[in-house]
Write a protein that binds this ligand. Structure first.
Ligand SMILES: [Zn+2]
Length: 449
């Protein structure tokens, strides 16, 4: 990929550079802890890892004493960002190791910024939840989903017609890649894109993720089950329902683009490369940008489906899928937050007060908040998910909130799309406020270009 704007950003002051290097060590230790807790097959949490994290936090605190005023604007943003990084890590550590510290909404505020807890809890309320849109989306997907061939059967094709269907599916996905690349070139975010930038790979998926970007190995994985293949009622031939596929491919390509535009252009602490990537810290900015790019391409798809090789019906599915993407996460998220609160230990000495009451059960609370009685009987398909998975899901919400608000500001100022995308893609900022100020610095530098 070649970008229209490629601007290098450097830290001027040595003390800030050292602090930036130290935060990489901090994030590496946190990433290791998450690996011990969540990503491994079974938890094997080491208190030594926790001790290391505390050590790096302490050492960073000391460094900040030595950093005096009079910093260059970019340097001061780095300091602000490292502080936000530390605050998020400290809150995570307090929340997960200190039995007395169980205020969920305060914890989320410190990790993601304001309003995340409330967005979820008020988002599921009867009056706020987009029931009509969800209904429209589910109705549109009902035929493709009900008649869908198991994607495994296509991926493991040994015989016809599956061999042909697999070939068609691979071709379609690569075709989407070309279409998205062309779109990004048309809006002048990319100067050019090459076939060798990354690979596309198909997987059977796990029914949750539509795809993912593997930045270490340079490939985009697309879940075949997200592209329903079926015979429409009364027809003899198979079709692929590819409405949402273009947006998914665009989402993953933007992850690849954000990696590449940040690599070598920002200080190391702003470009977590594998081992120092911490989902609850870096994902909001990562996902927010991809969701914003989906919105850009989605708006064009709705205006002109034909240009994107889609039928009106497919374009409608793409639109409904995009508009309901975050809402479709909310009921599970609210359940997970209630579940976290159910076990909150608020320092009550009395044993009786510590027993969970029926009103505290997450299914009951979700039923009450959403006005959907069904959740009270049993939580249906809602999962008791781990804290880290909940944080990961929340990062989409936090990211959308952050990046859409920055972009809205810039759109109001009539900043063109290529500049908006380049500015919000550069660097993996922990602090939304630092990122907002960075975007201004960025736009100042590309003024008149
Ligand atoms: Zn993503």
């Amino acid at each position: 990929m070649k970008f229209k704007y490629e601007l290098p950003w450097e830290i001027k002051r040595k003390e800030v550079r050292d602090a930036d290097e130290e935060r990489i060590l901090l994030n590496k230790a946190v990433s290791l802890l998450l690996n011990e807790t969540y990503y491994g097959p079974r938890p094997c949490i080491s208190t030594e890892t926790i001790r290391k994290i505390k050590e790096h936090l302490g050492s960073l605190e000391e460094r900040f004493f030595k950093i005096t005023n009079g910093l260059d604007p970019f340097d001061s943003l780095i300091v602000q960002d490292i502080k936000a990084n530390m605050k998020a890590v400290k809150s995570y550590l307090d929340y997960t190791t200190d039995f007395k510290n169980k205020n969920v909404s305060l914890f989320l505020y410190r990790v993601f910024g304001q309003g995340i807890y409330r967005s979820v809890i008020s988002g599921v309320k009867l009056e706020n939840y987009p029931h009509e849109l969800i209904h429209e989306y589910k109705k549109a997907m009902f035929e493709p989903n009900s008649r869908q061939i198991d994607s495994e059967a296509i991926l493991r094709a040994q015989q016809e017609p599956f061999i042909t269907l697999k070939r068609q599916l691979v071709k379609e996905i690569n075709n989407r890649k070309e279409i998205v690349n062309q779109f990004l070139v048309n809006i002048e975010f990319l100067k050019s894109a090459s076939k060798k930038d990354y690979f596309l790979e198909l997987s059977s998926g796990d029914g949750t993720a539509c795809g993912f970007w593997d930045g270490m190995n340079y490939y985009i994985d697309i879940s075949a089950d997200q592209v329903p293949c079926f015979k429409p009622k009364g027809q003899d031939t198979y079709v692929f329902s590819k409405g949402d596929l273009t947006q998914t491919v665009c989402h993953e390509i933007m992850h690849a683009a954000k990696d590449q535009i940040s690599r070598n252009m920002v200080p190391n602490g702003l470009f977590p490369d594998g081992e120092d990537y911490v989902a609850f810290i870096h994902s909001p900015g990562y996902e927010g940008v991809s969701l914003y790019a989906e919105k850009l391409i989605g708006t064009q798809i709705s205006k002109n489906p034909e240009k994107f090789g889609l039928t009106e019906k497919e374009a409608k599915i793409a639109e409904l899928s995009r508009l309901t993407y975050i809402p479709r996460k909310l009921q599970q998220l609210a359940y997970s937050l209630y579940d976290l609160e159910r076990w909150a230990y608020d320092g009550k000495e009395n044993e009786k007060d510590r027993l969970p009451r029926y009103e505290d059960f997450p299914g009951y609370r979700l039923a009450k908040a959403s006005g959907i009685e069904r959740f009270r009987k049993d939580p249906n398909n809602l999962d008791e998910v781990g804290l880290e998975e909940t944080l990961l899901q929340l990062s989409y919400l936090a990211g959308q909130k952050r990046i859409f608000s920055i972009a809205k500001d810039l759109e109001k100022m009539k900043i063109p799309q290529d500049k908006i995308l380049s500015a919000i893609s550069t660097g993996f900022w922990c602090s939304g406020k630092a990122q907002r100020r960075f975007v201004d610095l960025y736009l100042e530098r590309v003024k008149g270009k």
